[in-house]
Design a protein around this ligand. Structure first.
Ligand code: HEM
Length: 330
């Protein structure tokens, strides 16, 4: 459905280009395509790989809902019993050989595909940022473009310095994500707001948060830089084979007036959180490199009882992930 919507937008762009008599390529370049183009410029083109979060490892596990979860949302995910989950942990950037301990490998990501009892999938795609550097897809494209124009030889003030001057979260968001000792020892945040709908139709905006039961463990930056380049990818399999890794799945609840349409604005830590259940990671799949090719996690692939909010970043992500998938599947 998502991809077909993207397909329609692309078709509309092509049609417009034909009417105008211009080459289709110049006319149909959407924000999402421009974003992927600039990612490819920054990180290089790597056939078959994701434009962002290119390096990852695929695991399997399960989700067991809490009793409280079913009170706040009618989603079948929360009605129980436990459901299987496919999980992909990842490093940031589109560089498939990035060292796991590199500063630019932050924010690390966790993507989840819940196999619901009705046979459908539900996706959740989270990372270790406390909040996002920008509020819209256009701003994210512009931020990446500014980065690409601000190399060591760029004239001052650089495009990036000019961007940051008018987008304060872009200066601070990055430092909220730090290198963990293990993918299983990192807190991952939803960043975007979603909406729970309960059985009476009551709506409650929230943000996901995944907290390791063993606690978060962050490495000092000099130690992270000294780690083996694949230490995170290599560590998770043997760890969960010995003992499954567990995360508490939380929802931070918005109060009236908390913005749902601006991922640069975290809600106060004092907001109530609801324990939705436990995510258990039990094994890394035998051929992770092959498995990740077929996987596409979509931030709007939800289920009855969980809806998107008015956060414009969600649709921007959906469009960008579809373009990235289209290119890596070729
Ligand atoms: C406009 C904002 C954003 C854009 C344009 C963007 C772009 C992308 C792209 C192009 C991919 C590769 C998709 C694929 O080929 O399957 C990706 C992957 C990913 N993104 Fe984003 N992203 C954005 C915001 C976010 C946010 C807010 C989060 C988390 C809160 C996030 C977390 C991730 C993760 C975890 C992956 C890896 C997905 C996987 O494991 O397959 N991104 N992103």
């Amino acid at each position: 459905m998502v991809v077909s919507r993207y397909g329609r937008a692309l078709a509309a762009g092509v049609a417009l280009a034909l009417v105008c008599g211009l080459p289709a390529r110049a006319q149909d370049s959407s924000t999402a395509e421009q974003t992927i183009d600039v990612m490819n410029k920054l990180f290089g083109k790597h056939p078959g790989k994701r434009a962002n979060h290119a390096k990852g490892v695929v695991a399997e596990g399960s989700f067991t809902p809490s009793a409280d979860a079913a009170k706040i949302s009618k989603a079948s995910l929360f009605a129980g019993p436990e459901v299987p989950v496919t999980i992909r942990f990842s490093d940031a950037t589109g560089v498939p050989t990035i060292a796991d301990g590199a500063a630019n490998a932050n924010p690390h990501g966790m993507s989840l595909k819940f196999k619901l009892s009705d046979g459908a999938d539900m996706d959740v795609v989270v990372n270790s940022l406390a909040y996002f550097p920008v509020a819209t897809g256009e701003e994210f494209r512009d931020l990446l473009t500014a980065v690409s124009q601000s190399g060591p030889d760029a004239q001052k003030p650089t495009a990036l310095e000019r961007f940051v001057a008018t987008h304060p979260a872009a200066a601070t968001a990055g430092s909220t994500a730090k290198t963990p000792s293990s993918f299983a020892r990192q807190i991952y945040n939803g960043v975007n707001a979603f909406i729970f709908v309960d059985k009476d139709g009551k709506r409650q905006p929230f943000r996901f948060r995944f907290v390791p039961v063993q606690g978060e463990e962050i490495l000092p930056a000099p130690e992270a830089a000294k780690r083996e380049p694949n230490y995170l990818m290599d560590e998770i399999g043997p760890r969960v084979a010995k003992e499954p890794a567990k995360f508490r799945v939380l929802a931070q609840l918005a109060e009236a007036g908390d913005p749902t349409n601006d991922a640069t604005k975290p809600w106060p830590e004092s907001r109530k959180t609801v324990d939705l259940g436990t995510l258990t990671v039990t094994k890394v799949v035998p051929d992770s490199a092959e498995a990740e090719k077929a996987l596409l996690f979509m931030p709007n692939a939800l289920t009855d009882g969980i809806e998107v909010s008015d956060d414009p970043l969600i649709d921007a992500r959906v469009q960008a992930y579809a373009v990235s998938f289209g290119r890596r599947a070729q």
